[in-house]
Design a protein around this ligand. Structure first.
Ligand code: UFG
Length: 328
């Protein structure tokens, strides 16, 4: 299939572009490089520097004979979304609306959307199933939920078929060591810990030790970026093979506390970096663990890289090889 990958130069997008090539599909990357890295793209992939809101997209989708769109392009930092909501509404909501409308006008049939566990907010029950209450506690999660709702309307009214994938904590890197996570500023736990291990920051601060969890620190479900990539391909093939519009959680089903991640990283790196204890970060739920049974049953998806040790090893390999990210 010919697949347009928006945000294909970003962290999860770039891993999916490689997986698409390996699976024999033809990815075309669309990215405005506001946050992405053109260096992350493999040789031979077509790259178009364009915004998702650009009306020229309608003709591009037709010219390239695009069968399906994978939509990664978005702002994705929870903290930033609470300080600067305008760019989240502009880029995520308005930008996605423009993209989805171009997709409709061009007659593209299939759409796979990067959603997030943040659509659930503070869960009533864990593991979280797809029919759990949708109650985002931050602007980022709300914008992703609005896009899911938009897709549902376009599916019901115009017949666009879509899959929304609600990721838990994306982590790790391709084991080639060539691509990985490079955000500015970085706010995610594992890359920040690895920066402490590399001596790029004086310590890692654990945000809160008084949560209702076994060791008092937050528990999260870390899912390897290459397992996310394979879920996108299975979702696109599911739509191609007649699957109806749907939404799925993507997680490993295992929870690890911040302390456990810190200790595992010390074991993987062999470095005893310093750890500080800080206050809770506003808006952090205590425990987020996915039930991914639905994706496993309907898509036939299986996370195979998400053993936590492997996730951290792969991320460490990338960080050691690229201490300044994609910058030389
Ligand atoms: N944490 C620390 N210290 C840090 C950074 C993070 O203790 O310096 C803790 C956080 O409090 C949290 C855990 O580590 O408990 C993971 O934090 P991340 O920032 O890495 O990830 P989040 O769980 O906050 O959010 C991630 C994505 C969101 C997504 C969410 C869904 O960034 O986009 O997972 O679960 F919505």
């Amino acid at each position: 299939m010919n697949i347009l990958v928006t945000g294909g130069a970003g962290y999860i997008g770039s891993h999916t572009v490689r997986a698409l090539q390996k699976a024999g599909h033809t990815p075309v990357v669309l990215d405005n490089l506001s946050r992405g890295h053109v260096e992350s793209l493999p040789a031979g992939v077509e790259f178009i520097n364009m915004d998702i809101a650009d009306p020229a997209l309608v003709n591009l989708l037709k010219e390239k004979q695009i069968d399906g769109v994978m939509h990664f392009a978005a702002h994705s930092q929870v903290g930033e979304s609470m300080v600067n909501p305008m760019i989240y509404y502009e880029n995520n909501v308005v930008g996605s609306f423009r993209l989805i409308e171009s997709v409709r006008q061009a007659g593209v049939k299939y759409f796979v959307f990067s959603s997030t566990a943040a659509v659930y907010g503070e869960p009533e029950e864990v593991p979280i199933k797809e029919d759990a209450r949708l109650a985002p506690t931050n602007v980022y999660g709300r914008t992703k939920l609005m896009i899911e709702q938009m897709l549902q309307d376009y599916s019901n009214i115009y017949g666009l078929r879509y899959v929304a994938l609600r990721y838990f904590n994306a982590a790790g890197a391709d084991n080639s060591g060539e691509i990985g996570e490079d955000h500015t500023p970085e706010t995610h736990l594992i890359p920040l810990i690895l920066e402490a291990a590399l001596g790029k920051r004086p310590n890692i601060t654990i945000f809160g030790t008084d949560y209702d969890t076994a060791d008092g620190t937050c528990v999260r479900d870390y899912i390897h970026v290459n397992d996310l990539a394979s879920a996108h391909i299975l979702s696109m093939e599911y739509l191609r093979d007649g699957g109806e519009s749907n939404y799925f959680n993507l997680g490993s089903g295992n929870g690890f506390s911040v302390k456990e991640i810190v200790d595992t990283t010390k074991a993987v790196t062999g470095i005893d970096f310093s750890v500080a204890i800080g206050e809770r970060r506003a808006g952090d739920p205590g425990t987020l663990i996915a039930s991914s049974e639905k994706a496993q049953t309907i898509l036939g998806w299986k996370p195979v890289h998400s053993d936590v040790m492997q996730v951290i090893k792969d991320a460490w390999q990338w960080h050691q090889g690229h201490p300044n990210g994609y910058k030389a």
